[in-house]
Ligand binder design. Structure first.
Ligand code: FES
Length: 335
Protein backbone atom coordinates (compact mmCIF):
# COMPACT_ATOMS: atom_id res chain seq x y z
CA UNK A 1 0.00 0.00 0.00
CA UNK A 2 1.43 3.37 -0.89
CA UNK A 3 0.30 6.97 -0.89
CA UNK A 4 0.90 9.86 -3.20
CA UNK A 5 2.68 12.99 -1.89
CA UNK A 6 2.53 16.33 -3.65
CA UNK A 7 5.12 18.97 -2.71
CA UNK A 8 4.25 22.66 -2.85
CA UNK A 9 5.35 25.05 -4.25
CA UNK A 10 7.39 22.88 -6.68
CA UNK A 11 4.47 20.64 -7.68
CA UNK A 12 6.73 17.53 -7.53
CA UNK A 13 4.99 14.28 -6.66
CA UNK A 14 6.24 10.96 -5.33
CA UNK A 15 4.98 7.71 -3.79
CA UNK A 16 5.57 6.87 -0.14
CA UNK A 17 5.33 3.23 0.95
CA UNK A 18 3.82 1.91 4.19
CA UNK A 19 6.34 2.15 7.05
CA UNK A 20 8.47 4.59 5.09
CA UNK A 21 8.99 8.15 6.22
CA UNK A 22 8.03 10.98 3.90
CA UNK A 23 11.66 12.22 3.88
CA UNK A 24 13.12 8.82 2.95
CA UNK A 25 10.58 8.42 0.15
CA UNK A 26 11.39 11.90 -1.18
CA UNK A 27 15.14 11.20 -1.12
CA UNK A 28 14.56 7.82 -2.80
CA UNK A 29 12.80 9.69 -5.63
CA UNK A 30 15.68 12.15 -5.97
CA UNK A 31 13.90 15.10 -4.33
CA UNK A 32 16.11 17.09 -1.98
CA UNK A 33 13.96 17.97 1.00
CA UNK A 34 15.91 19.72 3.76
CA UNK A 35 17.14 17.48 6.57
CA UNK A 36 19.99 17.03 8.99
CA UNK A 37 19.70 14.54 11.88
CA UNK A 38 17.03 12.18 10.46
CA UNK A 39 16.09 11.18 14.00
CA UNK A 40 13.53 13.81 14.96
CA UNK A 41 15.73 16.06 17.10
CA UNK A 42 16.95 18.96 14.94
CA UNK A 43 13.77 20.31 13.32
CA UNK A 44 15.42 20.94 9.92
CA UNK A 45 12.88 18.78 8.06
CA UNK A 46 9.86 20.58 9.52
CA UNK A 47 7.29 21.66 6.97
CA UNK A 48 3.60 22.29 6.53
CA UNK A 49 1.01 19.58 6.05
CA UNK A 50 -1.55 21.19 3.73
CA UNK A 51 -3.72 18.12 3.14
CA UNK A 52 -3.87 14.56 4.44
CA UNK A 53 -2.77 12.81 7.61
CA UNK A 54 0.53 11.51 8.96
CA UNK A 55 1.44 9.34 11.94
CA UNK A 56 4.55 9.10 14.15
CA UNK A 57 5.97 6.04 15.89
CA UNK A 58 6.45 8.21 19.02
CA UNK A 59 6.39 11.94 19.69
CA UNK A 60 9.53 13.33 17.96
CA UNK A 61 11.44 15.76 20.22
CA UNK A 62 11.53 18.55 17.62
CA UNK A 63 7.74 18.59 17.09
CA UNK A 64 5.67 20.31 19.76
CA UNK A 65 1.91 20.08 20.24
CA UNK A 66 1.81 23.71 19.19
CA UNK A 67 3.63 22.85 15.94
CA UNK A 68 1.07 20.17 15.20
CA UNK A 69 -1.81 22.51 16.02
CA UNK A 70 -0.27 24.95 13.54
CA UNK A 71 -0.28 22.32 10.80
CA UNK A 72 3.45 21.53 10.89
CA UNK A 73 4.94 18.07 10.45
CA UNK A 74 8.38 16.54 10.87
CA UNK A 75 8.99 14.70 7.64
CA UNK A 76 11.98 12.59 8.76
CA UNK A 77 9.61 10.86 11.20
CA UNK A 78 6.19 11.23 9.58
CA UNK A 79 4.59 8.27 7.83
CA UNK A 80 1.69 8.91 5.47
CA UNK A 81 -1.66 7.40 6.31
CA UNK A 82 -3.40 9.10 3.38
CA UNK A 83 -2.39 10.96 0.24
CA UNK A 84 -0.62 14.17 1.26
CA UNK A 85 0.04 17.68 0.07
CA UNK A 86 2.98 19.20 1.89
CA UNK A 87 4.69 22.54 1.74
CA UNK A 88 8.46 22.50 2.01
CA UNK A 89 11.29 24.32 0.28
CA UNK A 90 13.37 21.92 -1.81
CA UNK A 91 17.13 22.34 -1.76
CA UNK A 92 18.22 22.78 -5.36
CA UNK A 93 21.96 22.22 -5.19
CA UNK A 94 21.80 18.82 -3.52
CA UNK A 95 20.08 17.01 -6.33
CA UNK A 96 23.17 16.76 -8.48
CA UNK A 97 25.39 15.03 -5.94
CA UNK A 98 24.86 11.28 -5.58
CA UNK A 99 25.10 9.67 -2.14
CA UNK A 100 27.75 6.98 -2.34
CA UNK A 101 29.30 4.35 -0.12
CA UNK A 102 33.06 3.88 -0.29
CA UNK A 103 35.95 2.53 1.78
CA UNK A 104 38.22 5.01 3.53
CA UNK A 105 41.58 4.38 5.20
CA UNK A 106 42.58 6.00 8.48
CA UNK A 107 45.57 8.18 7.67
CA UNK A 108 45.71 10.57 10.60
CA UNK A 109 44.63 10.56 14.25
CA UNK A 110 45.69 13.75 15.98
CA UNK A 111 44.69 14.84 19.49
CA UNK A 112 43.41 18.40 19.22
CA UNK A 113 42.22 18.50 22.85
CA UNK A 114 41.85 16.01 25.71
CA UNK A 115 38.53 14.88 24.29
CA UNK A 116 38.80 15.72 20.58
CA UNK A 117 40.64 13.78 17.88
CA UNK A 118 41.14 14.98 14.34
CA UNK A 119 40.50 11.92 12.20
CA UNK A 120 41.90 12.04 8.66
CA UNK A 121 40.50 9.52 6.19
CA UNK A 122 41.70 8.80 2.68
CA UNK A 123 39.43 7.36 0.01
CA UNK A 124 40.91 5.07 -2.70
CA UNK A 125 42.91 6.82 -5.39
CA UNK A 126 40.35 6.33 -8.14
CA UNK A 127 37.49 7.61 -5.95
CA UNK A 128 36.46 11.07 -4.94
CA UNK A 129 33.83 12.11 -2.44
CA UNK A 130 32.01 15.04 -3.92
CA UNK A 131 30.25 17.24 -1.35
CA UNK A 132 29.25 20.79 -0.47
CA UNK A 133 31.02 22.68 2.32
CA UNK A 134 29.05 21.99 5.52
CA UNK A 135 27.72 18.50 4.72
CA UNK A 136 28.34 15.33 6.73
CA UNK A 137 28.90 11.62 6.13
CA UNK A 138 27.93 8.50 8.04
CA UNK A 139 30.80 6.25 9.08
CA UNK A 140 29.64 2.64 8.77
CA UNK A 141 31.22 0.66 11.59
CA UNK A 142 32.18 -3.00 11.63
CA UNK A 143 29.20 -3.87 13.84
CA UNK A 144 26.79 -2.35 11.33
CA UNK A 145 26.18 0.83 13.36
CA UNK A 146 26.56 4.31 11.92
CA UNK A 147 28.07 7.50 13.28
CA UNK A 148 27.46 10.85 11.62
CA UNK A 149 30.35 13.33 11.35
CA UNK A 150 30.63 16.62 9.49
CA UNK A 151 33.43 17.08 7.00
CA UNK A 152 35.82 19.71 8.38
CA UNK A 153 37.85 20.13 5.18
CA UNK A 154 36.56 22.25 2.30
CA UNK A 155 35.63 20.38 -0.91
CA UNK A 156 38.65 21.64 -2.89
CA UNK A 157 41.11 20.36 -0.27
CA UNK A 158 40.05 16.73 -0.18
CA UNK A 159 43.28 14.72 -0.18
CA UNK A 160 42.31 13.86 3.39
CA UNK A 161 38.73 13.92 4.66
CA UNK A 162 38.85 15.59 8.07
CA UNK A 163 36.51 14.90 11.00
CA UNK A 164 36.51 16.24 14.57
CA UNK A 165 35.56 13.39 16.89
CA UNK A 166 34.64 14.16 20.49
CA UNK A 167 35.08 11.41 23.07
CA UNK A 168 31.72 10.38 24.49
CA UNK A 169 32.66 8.03 27.36
CA UNK A 170 30.66 4.81 27.13
CA UNK A 171 30.16 5.22 23.39
CA UNK A 172 31.51 2.23 21.50
CA UNK A 173 33.11 4.01 18.58
CA UNK A 174 34.68 6.93 20.42
CA UNK A 175 35.83 4.75 23.34
CA UNK A 176 37.59 2.48 20.82
CA UNK A 177 39.12 5.45 19.00
CA UNK A 178 40.37 7.14 22.16
CA UNK A 179 41.62 3.84 23.61
CA UNK A 180 43.80 3.31 20.57
CA UNK A 181 41.82 0.34 19.22
CA UNK A 182 41.79 1.94 15.79
CA UNK A 183 45.15 2.20 14.03
CA UNK A 184 46.46 4.06 11.04
CA UNK A 185 45.72 2.15 7.82
CA UNK A 186 42.54 0.59 9.29
CA UNK A 187 39.73 0.63 6.78
CA UNK A 188 36.32 2.13 7.53
CA UNK A 189 33.40 2.63 5.17
CA UNK A 190 31.58 5.87 4.72
CA UNK A 191 28.33 6.94 3.14
CA UNK A 192 27.71 10.46 1.93
CA UNK A 193 27.48 13.28 1.40
CA UNK A 194 24.42 13.86 3.57
CA UNK A 195 22.45 16.79 4.97
CA UNK A 196 21.12 20.07 3.68
CA UNK A 197 23.49 22.23 5.73
CA UNK A 198 25.86 23.82 3.25
CA UNK A 199 27.18 27.20 2.16
CA UNK A 200 24.75 29.00 -0.16
CA UNK A 201 27.04 30.15 -2.99
CA UNK A 202 24.43 32.34 -4.61
CA UNK A 203 23.71 34.38 -1.46
CA UNK A 204 24.95 37.86 -0.78
CA UNK A 205 25.40 40.00 2.29
CA UNK A 206 27.05 39.30 5.62
CA UNK A 207 27.03 35.84 7.19
CA UNK A 208 27.23 34.87 10.86
CA UNK A 209 28.66 31.39 11.44
CA UNK A 210 27.93 29.95 14.85
CA UNK A 211 29.66 26.80 16.09
CA UNK A 212 29.02 24.95 19.34
CA UNK A 213 31.75 22.48 20.45
CA UNK A 214 32.76 20.16 17.61
CA UNK A 215 30.11 21.90 15.51
CA UNK A 216 33.18 23.91 14.53
CA UNK A 217 33.97 21.19 11.94
CA UNK A 218 31.46 22.16 9.21
CA UNK A 219 31.92 25.86 10.01
CA UNK A 220 35.66 25.38 9.31
CA UNK A 221 34.81 23.74 5.98
CA UNK A 222 32.51 26.62 5.06
CA UNK A 223 34.95 29.39 6.03
CA UNK A 224 37.89 27.74 4.24
CA UNK A 225 35.73 27.22 1.17
CA UNK A 226 34.44 30.81 1.16
CA UNK A 227 37.98 32.18 1.63
CA UNK A 228 39.30 29.99 -1.19
CA UNK A 229 36.58 31.48 -3.38
CA UNK A 230 37.84 34.91 -2.30
CA UNK A 231 34.48 35.96 -0.98
CA UNK A 232 34.15 39.58 0.00
CA UNK A 233 31.12 38.86 2.16
CA UNK A 234 31.68 39.73 5.82
CA UNK A 235 32.01 36.47 7.78
CA UNK A 236 31.46 36.69 11.54
CA UNK A 237 32.56 33.46 13.20
CA UNK A 238 31.34 32.69 16.75
CA UNK A 239 32.47 29.59 18.62
CA UNK A 240 30.70 28.65 21.83
CA UNK A 241 32.60 26.25 24.11
CA UNK A 242 32.70 25.58 27.85
CA UNK A 243 36.18 26.98 28.46
CA UNK A 244 39.47 27.82 26.77
CA UNK A 245 40.60 24.16 26.79
CA UNK A 246 37.72 23.30 24.41
CA UNK A 247 38.78 25.83 21.79
CA UNK A 248 40.73 23.16 20.00
CA UNK A 249 41.48 25.11 16.79
CA UNK A 250 41.20 28.63 18.18
CA UNK A 251 44.52 29.68 16.68
CA UNK A 252 43.32 28.75 13.21
CA UNK A 253 40.15 30.83 13.62
CA UNK A 254 42.21 33.76 14.91
CA UNK A 255 44.45 33.43 11.88
CA UNK A 256 41.44 33.74 9.52
CA UNK A 257 40.55 36.99 11.23
CA UNK A 258 44.11 38.31 11.15
CA UNK A 259 44.69 37.50 7.50
CA UNK A 260 41.29 38.52 6.09
CA UNK A 261 39.77 41.93 6.70
CA UNK A 262 36.24 40.58 6.11
CA UNK A 263 36.49 37.90 8.85
CA UNK A 264 35.94 38.36 12.60
CA UNK A 265 36.28 35.66 15.24
CA UNK A 266 34.58 35.67 18.65
CA UNK A 267 35.04 32.78 21.08
CA UNK A 268 32.40 32.58 23.82
CA UNK A 269 32.91 30.58 27.02
CA UNK A 270 29.85 29.23 28.86
CA UNK A 271 31.79 27.87 31.88
CA UNK A 272 35.03 29.88 31.96
CA UNK A 273 37.76 28.53 34.20
CA UNK A 274 39.98 31.08 35.89
CA UNK A 275 41.05 33.91 33.63
CA UNK A 276 39.13 33.79 30.37
CA UNK A 277 41.74 36.03 28.76
CA UNK A 278 39.23 38.77 28.01
CA UNK A 279 37.05 36.37 25.97
CA UNK A 280 33.29 36.72 25.99
CA UNK A 281 31.37 34.64 28.49
CA UNK A 282 27.80 33.35 28.50
CA UNK A 283 25.84 31.64 25.75
CA UNK A 284 26.90 32.07 22.17
CA UNK A 285 23.44 33.14 20.94
CA UNK A 286 23.45 35.97 23.50
CA UNK A 287 26.76 37.24 22.14
CA UNK A 288 25.35 37.29 18.60
CA UNK A 289 22.22 39.12 19.79
CA UNK A 290 24.31 41.70 21.67
CA UNK A 291 26.62 42.34 18.70
CA UNK A 292 23.95 42.59 15.99
CA UNK A 293 20.86 44.53 17.07
CA UNK A 294 19.62 44.45 13.45
CA UNK A 295 19.97 41.11 11.65
CA UNK A 296 17.95 41.97 8.57
CA UNK A 297 19.98 41.16 5.45
CA UNK A 298 22.13 38.60 7.34
CA UNK A 299 22.45 34.89 6.77
CA UNK A 300 23.19 32.63 9.76
CA UNK A 301 24.83 29.20 9.63
CA UNK A 302 24.69 27.31 12.93
CA UNK A 303 26.18 23.95 13.84
CA UNK A 304 26.16 22.48 17.33
CA UNK A 305 23.96 20.98 20.04
CA UNK A 306 20.16 21.12 19.57
CA UNK A 307 19.77 23.51 22.55
CA UNK A 308 22.12 26.05 20.92
CA UNK A 309 20.37 25.81 17.55
CA UNK A 310 16.95 26.10 19.22
CA UNK A 311 18.05 29.21 21.15
CA UNK A 312 19.22 30.81 17.88
CA UNK A 313 15.99 29.87 16.07
CA UNK A 314 13.90 31.34 18.86
CA UNK A 315 15.82 34.55 19.41
CA UNK A 316 17.37 35.78 16.14
CA UNK A 317 14.15 36.40 14.15
CA UNK A 318 13.16 38.80 16.98
CA UNK A 319 16.07 41.01 15.83
CA UNK A 320 15.12 40.96 12.18
CA UNK A 321 16.69 37.73 10.85
CA UNK A 322 14.62 36.15 8.08
CA UNK A 323 14.00 32.61 9.51
CA UNK A 324 14.44 31.21 5.98
CA UNK A 325 18.06 32.44 6.11
CA UNK A 326 18.96 30.49 9.24
CA UNK A 327 20.62 27.25 8.16
CA UNK A 328 21.29 24.80 10.94
CA UNK A 329 22.94 21.49 11.65
CA UNK A 330 21.91 20.35 15.13
CA UNK A 331 23.48 17.20 16.51
CA UNK A 332 24.27 15.40 19.70
CA UNK A 333 27.89 14.17 19.60
CA UNK A 334 27.82 10.54 18.51
CA UNK A 335 29.14 7.84 20.84
FE1 FES B 1 13.99 15.71 10.94
FE2 FES B 1 16.24 16.47 12.11
S1 FES B 1 14.24 16.47 12.92
S2 FES B 1 15.94 15.88 10.07
Amino acid sequence: MSHQVRVEPSGHTFEVATNETVLNAALRHGLALPYSCRNGTCGTCKGRLLEGEVAYAGQPPALTDEDEANGLALFCQAEAISDLTIEVREVGALTEIPVRTMPARIQQMERLADDVIRLGLKVPQNERLQFLAGQYVDLLLRDGRRRSYSLANPPHDDALLEFHVRHMPGGRFTDALFNGDYKEKDILRLEGPLGSFFWREESEGPAILVAGGTGFAPIKAIVEHALAEETERPLHVYWGVRALRDLYLGTLAEQWATEHANVTFTPVFSQPEGDSGGARTGYVHEAVLADFPDLSGFEVYASGPPAMVEALRESLPGQGLDPERLYADAFEPAG
